[in-house]
Design a binder for this molecule. Structure first.
Ligand code: NDP
Length: 501
C-alpha cells in the first residue's frame, strides 16, 4: 500500500487550521461557517480544510471589489503606483516560490521539478504586466467631422472582474488572472478550483504584503455554485474563465444578465503533426511531452498525434519506448517526471477513456492502465499511454481526456492532415514537426488554432498571446491583447470654441 510522502516538512502555511476566504483585505470564514477538504492526490489523504464560500460570501466579495474600484485608494493609484505594487508582488512571489511550488505539488500533484521550474514564468508574468501598467494609452484620432473637433480615446479599467480558474496550474493561473487586473486598475474576485485552492490563497496573503489595497484582490474558495453565483452577479463587469468548454458555456449564458465582458479559455484536442522529414530525435520526446507534461492535464496538450505514414510505425514505437523511460512517482522526488492525476474523479474519467479506447479497437503501446501496485497504489497515478490503431471517430480521438494519453494516427498528404487536424470542435493549439519551412507555413496557416508550435510544443511567454479558436474559447491571455480584455475604450470629442477676434 501507499508509503510515499511519509517524511517531509510541510510548508508553514499548512498549519492544520482551516484556510479562510480573503475578502476586503481580511481573512474571514464563510458566512455559513462551512468548510470543505482538499486532498493530496499522491496519497488520497486530506491536506487541508478550506472555507466554502456561498452566495452571501460572493455578495460580500463583489461589494468589496466594487467599493475598492469606485471609492478606495486604488481608484486614485497612478499607473506608476500600480506598477510598484506588481513589482513588489513579483519580488515576494520570487522570495516565497519554494513554498508556493511545494503547496502546488502537494495540492494538485504536479512534480516538484515542474512546479519549481514555473518560478521564471510566474515572476516574469508579474514583471511583464508591471511594465504594461505604465505603457497603456489611448490614441489621438484625426477625424473628418466639419468644424474644429478633436477626438481621442481613453483606456479605462473595465471594473470588477470575476476570475474563475481550474486546478491544473493553480499558482500560475492565479498569477495570470491577478496580473492584468492590477496592471489595468480593475479589482477582482478570484475563485480557484475546489481541487487545488491552496496556493491561490497563499498568493492572496502575498498580495496584501505587497501593498495591494483592501478589496482589490478577493479570493473565494468553494464549489461550482460559487462560480455560478459570480458569473451571474450584477455587480461583476467582466468574467475571465479558464476551464472546460461545458462550464464555459454556462458562464457565457450567465453573463448575459448584465452583458458582462467575457473571456474564456477552454478545452482542446490539439493536433500534433510529424512529417517524415522531421528531426525525429527531437520529435519523439517532443510528441511525448506535448501530452505527458503535467500528466496530460494541460488544455493545449497535443493529444492527436498525426504521423506521416512512411515513418508512422517506427515513430509511435519510439514514442512508446520513450514513455516507458519516464519516471512516474512521488511528485516530491526531484527525479519524478509524472505525478498523479489531480483527483479520484479525474482518475475515473481518464481510466474510462483508456477502457473506451481499448473497447473501440485501439492498441496501447505503452501504459494503458492505472498504477495499482506498490507505493503509488493509494494515489491517482496513470502510466503514460500511447494508443495506436486509432481512427478519427473514436472517442479517444475526439474528446478531451485530460490525462497522459496520446492517440496516434497515420496521414498521407498535407491537405489531408490540415483537414483532419481541423476536424474538431476545438482550436487551442497545434504542433508541426518538419525541416521543410514551406510545410511548416502551410500547416500553420491552415490550422484554425490560437497557437501553432513548429519543432517545439507549448512554448509560452508573457508577451505572446495565448487563447482559442472555435469551442476552445475567445479572448487572449498574455501580450498586449490581454490588457485589452480588461480595458474599456472611451472616445472623447472636444469641439474647440471659435477663435476670438
Ligand atoms: P471545470 O470547467 O468544471 O471547472 C473550472 C472552474 O469553474 C472551477 O473553479 C469550477 O469550480 C468552476 N465551475 C464549475 N461549475 C461552474 C459554473 N456552473 N459556473 C461557474 N463556475 C463553475 O473544470 P474541472 O476543473 O472540473 O475539469 C473538468 C474538465 O475540464 C477537465 O477534465 C478538462 O477536460 C477540462 N479542463 C480544461 C482546462 C483548460 O485549461 N482549458 C483546465 C481544467 C479542466 P469547482 O472546481 O470548484 O467546482
Amino acid at each position: 500500500m501507499g508509503s510515499i510522502q511519509t517524511n517531509f516538512t510541510p510548508p508553514a502555511f499548512l498549519d492544520g487550521k482551516a484556510k479562510l476566504l480573503l475578502i476586503d483585505g481580511k481573512l474571514v470564514p464563510s458566512v455559513s461557517g462551512k468548510t470543505f477538504k482538499t486532498y493530496n492526490p499522491s496519497t488520497g489523504k486530506v491536506l487541508a480544510e478550506v472555507a466554502e464560500a456561498g452566495r452571501e460570501d460572493i455578495d460580500r466579495a463583489v461589494a468589496a471589489a466594487r467599493r475598492a474600484f469606485e471609492e478606495g485608494p486604488w481608484s486614485r493609484f497612478k499607473p506608476f503606483d500600480r506598477q510598484a505594487v506588481l513589482l513588489r508582488l513579483a519580488d515576494l512571489v520570487e522570495k516565497h516560490f519554494d513554498e508556493l511550488c511545494l503547496i502546488d505539488t502537494l495540492d494538485m500533484g504536479g512534480p516538484i521539478a515542474r512546479t519549481s521550474a514555473a518560478r521564471r514564468r510566474g515572476v516574469a508574468l508579474l514583471r511583464y504586466y508591471a511594465g504594461l501598467a505604465t505603457a497603456t494609452h489611448g490614441h489621438t484620432i484625426d477625424n473628418s467631422v466639419d468644424g474644429d473637433i478633436f477626438s481621442y480615446t481613453l483606456k479605462e479599467p473595465v471594473g470588477v472582474v470575476a476570475a474563475i480558474n481550474p486546478w491544473n496550474g493553480p499558482l500560475g493561473l492565479a498569477i495570470w488572472k491577478i496580473a492584468p487586473v492590477l496592471a489595468t486598475g480593475c479589482t477582482m474576485v478570484l475563485k480557484p478550483a475546489e481541487q487545488a485552492p491552496l496556493s491561490p490563497l497563499r498568493l492572496g496573503e502575498l498580495c496584501l504584503e505587497a501593498g495591494v489595497p483592501a478589496g482589490v484582490v478577493n479570493i473565494v474558495t468553494g464549489f461550482g455554485e460559487a462560480g455560478a453565483a459570480l458569473s451571474a452577479h450584477p455587480g461583476v463587469d467582466k468574467i475571465a474563465f479558464t476551464g472546460s468548454t461545458e462550464v464555459g458555456q454556462h458562464i457565457v449564458r450567465a453573463s448575459a444578465g448584465n452583458m458582462k465582458r467575457v473571456s474564456v479559455e477552454l478545452g482542446g484536442k490539439s493536433p500534433n503533426i510529424v512529417f517524415a522529414d522531421a528531426d525525429l530525435d527531437q520529435a519523439v520526446p517532443g510528441a511525448a511531452m506535448a501530452v505527458f507534461n503535467n500528466s496530460g492535464q494541460i488544455c493545449s496538450a497535443g493529444t492527436r498525434l498525426f504521423v506521416q505514414r512512411s515513418i508512422h510505425d517506427e515513430f509511435v514505437q519510439r514514442v512508446a519506448a520513450f514513455a516507458k523511460t519516464l519516471r512516474v512517482g512521488d511528485p516530491l522526488d526531484p527525479q519524478t517526471q509524472l505525478g498523479p492525476l489531480v483527483s479520484d474523479t479525474q482518475l475515473e474519467r481518464v481510466t474510462g477513456y483508456l477502457a473506451s479506447g481499448k473497447a473501440e479497437g485501439a492498441q496501447a503501446l505503452s501504459g494503458g492502465q492505472r498504477i495499482t501496485e506498490g507505493a503509488l497504489a493509494d494515489g491517482y497515478f496513470v502510466a503514460p499511454t500511447i494508443f495506436a490503431n486509432v481512427t478519427d471517430s473514436m472517442a479517444i480521438a475526439r474528446e478531451e481526456i485530460f490525462g497522459p494519453v496520446i492517440s496516434a494516427m497515420p496521414f498521407d498528404s498535407i491537405e489531408e492532415v490540415i483537414r483532419r487536424g481541423n476536424d474538431t470542435p476545438y482550436g487551442l493549439g497545434a504542433g508541426v514537426w518538419t525541416r521543410d519551412i514551406g510545410n511548416a507555413q502551410r500547416v500553420s496557416r491552415g490550422l484554425r488554432t490560437g497557437s501553432v508550435w513548429v519543432n517545439c510544443y507549448q512554448a509560452m511567454d508573457p508577451a505572446v498571446p495565448f487563447g482559442g479558436y472555435k469551442m476552445s474559447g475567445y479572448g487572449r491571455e498574455s501580450g498586449t491583447e490581454h490588457m485589452e480584455e480588461y480595458l474599456q475604450t472611451k472616445a472623447v470629442w472636444v469641439k474647440n470654441p471659435p477663435e476670438k477676434r
